[in-house]
Design a protein around this ligand. Structure first.
Ligand code: XIL
Length: 423
C-alpha cells in the first residue's frame, strides 16, 4: 500500500540540502532500505533515501551539469493526483540529492492556464513552482506553443491570421511575465515538425493552417524574446521536440530552424531533446552526441527534457531490464559527453506507476527508473553509470523482473486526440 490519507506535499517544511559534494573515487551503491516504506504519514520524515547517500542530482552536479530532473504531474490536473498521497513518490521527488529540477507534466499547458479567453489561471503553476523552490529545485517551464492540450475555445475557434496571432502573443507574454525568473527555461514551441514529411516538414495543425509555418514559430520566439527583455529575465528560450535525438531529417530541420531564427536576429537559447525512447531501439550514445553537437554548433545549449525508455511489449524480463539500463546509461552519458552545453537531463516522471506511457501507447510501459512499487530498476544504476562513467552493478534488491505495469495515466480530456504515435 503506497497511499496514505494525507497529501504529502501539503504543508511540508522546506528541506534544503546543500553543501560540498565529495569527489567521486569509486562508485559503490547500496540498496536503498526504505523507498517503499511509509516512514511518516505527512511525508516529512527522513524520506526515501538517506541524505548522506549520493544520488542522481549529486552525480549530475559532479559531472558539470546544472541539474538532474524529473517531470511531475502535481498539482493534479484531473481527478487522479495520486502522487500527492504516495509517500514513497513524494519523498523521492522532494529529495534534492535525487532531483535538482522539476518540470510540470501538464499544469502549465494552455488548456489549464487560459481556460477562458484572456482569463489566466496561474494557481496550479504557482503551486508547482513553490513546491519546487521549497526543495531547492529549478523549474523548466513547459510549454507555450503546442498543437495539443489546447482549451476548447482555442482549438475550435474561428480564427484569422491576425486574431490567432494576437491570442498567441497574449498567452506567451502573460505566462513569461507571470512566472519570471522562476522558470530556468521555457519550451516556447513544442513539436512543430512532422516525422513523415510527405507534404510539409511542419505539422498540419491550427498554427500552421491559420498563421502558416514557419511564420508562427518565428512569431512565438519573437513574442517570448520581447517578454523576456521587457522583464529583464534570464529565462532560456527553447525549441523542444521528439525523434530529434539521432541524425535524421527531423533533427536536420531543427538545426535549420535554429539557424533561421538566428539569421533573423530572433533569440533561441536551447534545443530540448525529449528523448522518448524504446528499450532496444534507443539511438546509440554516439548518435545522440552527434545530434546534440549539430545544435550546439550554433551556439545554443541543449537538454534532454523528457527522457524515458519504454518496453514496447510487456511483461518485461531480466534481460530487458539490462537493455533498458544500457539505454539509460547511453542517453545520460551522451549529455555528459557533450560537455557544458548539455545542461542536464529530465526524466518524464520517474516511477512506472505514474508514467504517461501506458495511457498513450497501448500495451507499452515500464519506461521509468523506479517500478510501480517504487523500487529501483537496473535503469537507476544505468543513469549513475552514464553520469559517472563507472560500471555500477545492480545491488541486491534491484528489480529483476518479470514485471508489468497495470496503471494507465494520461489526460483524456479536451484538446487531445490529434497526437501522433511516437517512435
Ligand atoms: C504528456 C503528459 O505527460 C500526459 O499526462 C498528457 O496526457 C499528454 O502529455 N511530449 C510533451 C509532453 O512535450 O508535454 C507530453 O506530456 C509527452 C510528450
Amino acid at each position: 500500500m503506497r497511499y496514505s490519507s494525507l497529501p504529502a506535499a501539503v504543508g511540508l517544511s522546506s528541506v534544503l540540502i546543500s553543501g560540498a559534494i565529495a569527489q567521486i573515487t569509486t562508485v559503490t551503491v547500496s540498496a536503498p532500505a526504505s523507498e517503499c516504506s511509509q516512514s511518516s504519514p505527512t511525508g516529512t520524515g527522513t524520506g526515501a533515501t538517506p541524505s548522506a547517500t549520493k544520488e542522481l542530482n549529486d552525480y549530475a552536479l559532479e559531472a558539470g551539469k546544472l541539474y538532474f530532473g524529473t517531470a511531475s504531474d502535481i498539482p493534479p490536473v484531473d481527478d487522479q493526483g495520486a502522487e500527492l498521497y504516495d509517500q514513497a513518490y513524494m519523498a523521492l521527488l522532494n529529495d534534492s540529492h535525487m532531483f535538482g529540477q522539476r518540470t510540470p507534466a501538464n499544469i502549465q499547458k494552455w488548456m489549464f492556464t487560459e481556460p477562458s479567453p484572456g482569463e489566466f489561471n496561474f494557481t496550479g503553476g504557482d503551486q508547482f513552482i513553490s513546491w519546487a523552490q521549497e526543495h531547492n529545485q529549478l523549474v523548466r517551464c513547459h510549454n507555450l506553443n503546442w498543437y495539443n492540450q489546447l482549451p476548447d475555445w482555442l482549438a475550435n475557434g474561428n480564427w484569422t491570421n491576425a486574431t490567432l496571432t494576437a491570442v498567441l502573443e497574449r498567452e506567451i507574454t502573460a505566462q513569461i511575465t507571470h512566472y519570471g525568473d522562476a522558470c530556468y527555461a521555457w519550451d516556447v514551441v513544442n513539436e512543430a515538425f512532422t516525422d513523415d514529411a510527405t507534404t510539409s516538414i511542419y505539422r498540419d495543425d491550427l498554427w500552421s493552417q491559420v498563421i502558416g509555418a514557419p511564420a508562427y514559430i518565428y512569431l512565438s520566439f519573437q513574442f517570448a524574446q520581447a517578454a523576456v527583455e521587457a522583464n529583464n529575465l534570464n529565462t532560456k528560450l527553447y525549441y523542444n521536440d521528439y525523434n530529434i535525438e539521432s541524425p535524421n531529417n527531423k533533427s536536420a530541420n531543427v538545426a535549420n530552424l535554429v539557424s533561421e531564427l538566428q539569421a533573423r536576429n530572433i533569440r533561441i537559447d536551447g534545443v530540448g531533446l525529449q528523448s522518448h525512447f524504446v528499450v532496444g531501439g534507443t539511438p546509440s550514445r554516439a548518435q545522440q552526441l552527434q545530434t546534440m553537437n549539430s545544435y550546439i554548433a550554433y551556439g545554443v545549449e541543449v537538454a534532454q527534457t523528457e527522457l524515458d525508455v519504454r518496453f514496447s511489449s510487456l511483461p518485461y524480463n531480466a534481460s530487458g531490464l539490462q537493455t533498458q539500463k544500457e539505454n539509460y546509461r547511453d542517453s545520460v552519458g551522451a549529455c555528459v559527453d557533450a560537455g557544458d552545453a548539455c545542461v542536464g537531463t529530465t526524466l518524464w516522471d520517474f516511477d512506472d506507476a505514474y508514467s504517461w506511457v501506458p495511457g498513450t501507447f497501448e500495451g507499452e510501459g515500464a519506461a521509468d527508473v523506479w517500478d510501480e512499487s517504487a523500487r529501483r530498476k537496473p535503469a537507476y544504476y544505468g543513469v549513475v553509470e552514464g553520469l559517472t562513467g563507472e560500471v555500477v552493478p545492480d545491488p541486491p534488491g534491484t528489480v529483476s523482473g518479470p514485471g508489468t505495469v497495470t496503471r494507465k495515466r494520461g489526460w483524456k480530456g479536451r484538446g487531445v486526440g490529434r497526437g501522433v504515435r511516437r517512435g
